[in-house]
Design a protein around this ligand. Structure first.
Ligand code: FE2
Ligand code: FE2
Length: 352
């Protein structure tokens, strides 16, 4: 091996011509980019952003007049992060959109590797079918269509139904794990009783003895609003988290882990006038305002919200919530990429 010595400093021209010659071999000097790569804390192009329900809703209904569910496959207005122009992404890992299904419509059957969750915002009479199980959906219900499960949606009611979709799509694309398949027919056969997963796994801590789901996602596919809200409201507020108020996670009833392997989902309550302490963590979050009027401060900027508004909080941004009402609770639904970060030992949290 040739010996390298530095007895005489190299001429600047020599260095720059050496560097210029590297690119043709697809080589590059790490020492020039080390500081940009190994940042002391996470850096993100994702920007905090609030989407207002009063701006989304009329446009979604207009989309309903202009585009059929059949033509659209899914009639959704995507919530596109202003810092990630050109990408279908709400944060760097999470995608969210608002879907509309009109009375009598069917959104055809398909499956894909991204996990999907839904939180029903408005309208009665819609359903989702997941792997042969029909799941009627009402406002406030939280419904899963996990990785590679066949799913279609329909509306048997008389009013438009709207819900928030949450998918790990940007993460799946980054990991190049995308698979998608349309079903041969528009709808799939119903092979299980309606709400079968609720009958089997939705009865508190009681689980069937003859089977124990080993799937990586929750075997319970719907978390009904009435029970979720009741569970949240029945808790005292004394022992609540200083950062999140009273917060419950929608868990896999078998493992106690997140409902989906890539996304954790939560319902939280802020009592009238409550202000949480600021913190930050290495997970990004999408919030949906379910009830109440409040404000979330993200890196010093205040975002005031009312029901139906959606808020993206990027990784490692300092954030704190406030319920601005003196008499009404605020309830937020949210989902995060924290399970992925924890699984990879990348999760960090800091109180400020
Ligand atoms: Fe889908
Ligand atoms: Fe947080």
């Amino acid at each position: 091996m040739a010996e390298v010595t530095h007895s005489t400093p190299p001429h600047a021209d020599e260095v720059s011509s050496f560097l210029a010659g590297l690119a043709q071999f697809h080589l590059g000097p790490l020492w020039q980019v080390l500081g940009q790569q190994l940042t002391p804390t996470p850096t993100s192009r994702v920007r905090p952003h609030l989407w207002r329900w009063r701006e989304i809703r009329p446009r979604l209904l207009r989309a309903g007049e202009l585009v059929s569910a059949a033509a659209a496959e899914r009639r959704v207005l995507m919530l596109l992060n202003p810092g990630l122009e050109g990408q279908v992404a709400t944060t760097h890992t999470l995608y969210s959109g608002i879907q509309l299904i009109l009375p009598g419509e069917v959104a055809r059957t398909h499956r894909h590797t991204p996990n999907a969750l839904r939180f029903i915002m408005e309208g009665q009479g819609a359903y989702t079918v997941v792997d042969g199980e029909k799941i009627p959906m009402a406002p406030g219900d939280f419904v899963l269509t996990p990785n590679w499960t066949w799913h279609d949606h329909g509306n048997e009611g008389t009013e438009p139904v709207m819900w928030l979709d949450g998918l790990d799509m940007p993460l799946v694309r980054l990991l190049e794990g995308m698979f998608f398949e349309p079903y041969a027919q528009e709808t799939q056969p119903l092979t299980k009783p309606t709400d079968a997963s609720t009958a089997e796994y939705g009865k508190g801590g009681l689980l069937p003895t003859w089977q124990r789901s080993t799937s990586p996602h929750s075997p319970l596919l719907k978390y009904a609003w009435r029970e979720a809200r009741e569970a949240l409201m029945s808790l005292g507020t004394n022992a609540a988290s200083p950062f999140d108020g009273t917060m419950l996670e929608y868990v896999n009833p078998v493992t106690g882990g997140p409902a989906l392997p890539t996304m954790a989902s939560f319902l939280q309550r802020l009592t009238p006038g409550q202000r949480t302490a600021p913190h930050r963590h290495s997970s990004s979050t999408v919030y949906l305002v379910v009830e109440g009027h409040g404000c979330t401060t993200i890196d010093g900027k205040a975002y005031e919200w009312t029901p139906g508004d959606v808020l993206a909080v990027p990784t490692w941004c300092v954030h704190a919530h406030a319920n601005l009402s003196t008499h009404q609770d605020a309830i937020l639904f949210s989902f995060t990429d924290a399970p992925v970060m924890r699984a990879l030992n990348l999760y960090r949290e800091e109180a400020l």
